[in-house]
Design a protein around this ligand. Structure first.
Ligand SMILES: *Cc1c(COP(=O)(O)O)cnc(C)c1O
Length: 414
């Protein structure tokens, strides 16, 4: 099924209208300026692991809305729970009982969690973690890994425009998986160290991914214990894809605070902070809130989604699909004599070509895959969901076979 030469009529018309009324035509991570030319900007609908753009082109979705979709688009059980809650009410003068149910569920599933609080976006959750850590310690400095993404607020935005130096005055950088650099950064913070913020694995955009070195994770935990700083795990991207609980539980390392969002409610807008008893009192002090933070529909969707993931053994399903994809891609690259790197957990894969600093090969690869019906990103990790079956992965592999062939034609075997 080749889509080469497919129409972009509706997408082009919408882009034109958008440019008149939306600055730059679009913004943020969904701006197609971050993608090679050829990707659609607007989408019409989604179902399972398939998506349709506004010109009716169908793709197997390997980006899953940049992470939120984990049980497949419009999973019937999640949609049913959301619709039932919507029929009763969503945004009210106080939360619905489902808020308590969801908090109980997170406390039950996530090893370190003694309590939970809710918000809308991942940035809300990472910001709230930092705020609670500062409230608890009365200190200011926060250690963050160089190049790591923790959201789009002024204190953590990857772009400087519109921010001040003061917004980041109390951040100190370390290198992921380099414990000595964390120790050095902690020395610089001295007795002003509030928190160490860390991702469960290194998933910086545009780079090969790195799994955590167990010694690094344990060392960061020990450093926090020694200094009284809070260990904050940013689970916004990883949460509920790698594990049904916390992503560092297999390492025996538990954070004091964790930020969650993306996959929590299978596409419904909600974020969560989980924490330990030692920070319970501190968490009551900062004024953290939002008009939509207590909405009941996303909470009902989250409860249903967590149940679906457990009942369907979601993590194992994603691992199975991811392993099939990784093996298929490796076989194809070797057939075409192309040197690639596949990094990260199989359910959050990233593929890059050797000696491809400007992502030229990656761009040709992703555009060709798109033309053949697989939506994947050249500069951002991909996401598997539980709706990816063998047949869907095989369809992706048909597209990537054409994509590898095109890379080989354009760049040779270098
Ligand atoms: C997406 C992301 C965030 C920010 O979440 P938003 O919902 O976009 O605000 C924070 N941390 C990580 C690791 C993320 O991937």
């Amino acid at each position: 099924m080749s889509l080469i030469g497919r129409l972009r009529t509706n997408d082009d018309a919408l882009r034109k209208r958008a440019t008149a009324v939306i600055p730059g035509g679009m913004y943020g991570h969904q701006h197609t300026a971050l993608l090679p030319p050829g990707f659609p900007q607007f989408f019409e609908r989604a179902d399972g692991c398939r998506i349709w753009d506004v010109d009716g082109n169908e793709y197997v979705d390997l980006l899953c809305s940049f992470g939120p979709i984990v049980a497949g688009h419009r999973h019937p059980k999640v949609e049913e729970a959301a619709a039932a809650q919507l029929a009763r009410g969503d945004c009210q003068n106080g939360p619905s009982p489902v808020m308590v149910e969801l908090a109980e569920l997170l406390v039950e599933r996530i090893a370190h969690a003694d309590w939970a609080m809710f918000a809308k976006n991942g940035t809300d959750a990472t910001t709230m973690c930092v705020t609670i850590a500062r409230a608890a310690t009365g200190r200011r400095k926060v250690l963050v890994a160089r190049g790591a993404y923790h959201g789009a607020a002024p204190w953590c935005s990857p772009r400087r425009d519109g921010t001040t130096l003061e917004d980041r005055a109390h951040l100190i950088k370390y290198r992921y998986n380099d414990l000595a650099s964390v120790e050095e950064a902690a020395d610089r913070a001295g007795d002003d160290l509030a928190a160490v913020l860390v991702s469960p694995f290194r998933h910086d955009a545009g780079f090969d991914q790195e799994l955590p070195d167990p010694g690094f994770a344990r060392g960061v935990r020990q450093l926090c214990d020694r200094t009284g700083a809070a260990l904050i795990l940013d689970e916004v991207r990883t949460g509920f894809r790698l594990n049904h609980g916390g992503s560092w539980e297999w390492l025996g390392v538990e954070p004091d605070l964790a930020a969650w969002s993306k996959a929590l409610a299978n596409g419904y807008p909600i974020a969560a902070v989980t924490g330990t008893d030692s920070l319970r009192e501190a968490a009551t002090r900062p004024f953290v809130t939002g008009s939509f933070w207590f909405s009941a529909v996303p909470m009902a969707a989250a409860v249903a989604n967590l149940d679906v993931l457990r009942d369907e053994d979601g993590v194992a399903r994603m691992e199975r699909a991811g392993a099939r994809l990784r093996q298929g891609l490796a076989d194809q690259a070797s057939t075409y004599g192309l040197s690639i790197n596949q990094t990260g957990p199989v359910q959050m894969p990233y593929l890059s070509f050797a000696a491809d600093e400007d992502h030229e090969r990656g761009s040709v690869f992703s555009v060709t895959a798109l033309e053949h019906g697989a939506y994947l990103h050249p500069g951002h990790n991909w996401f598997l969901c539980t709706a990816h079956g063998d047949e869907d992965i095989d369809r992706v592999l048909t597209a990537t076979d054409a994509a590898f062939a095109q890379v080989r034609r354009q760049f040779g075997d270098g």
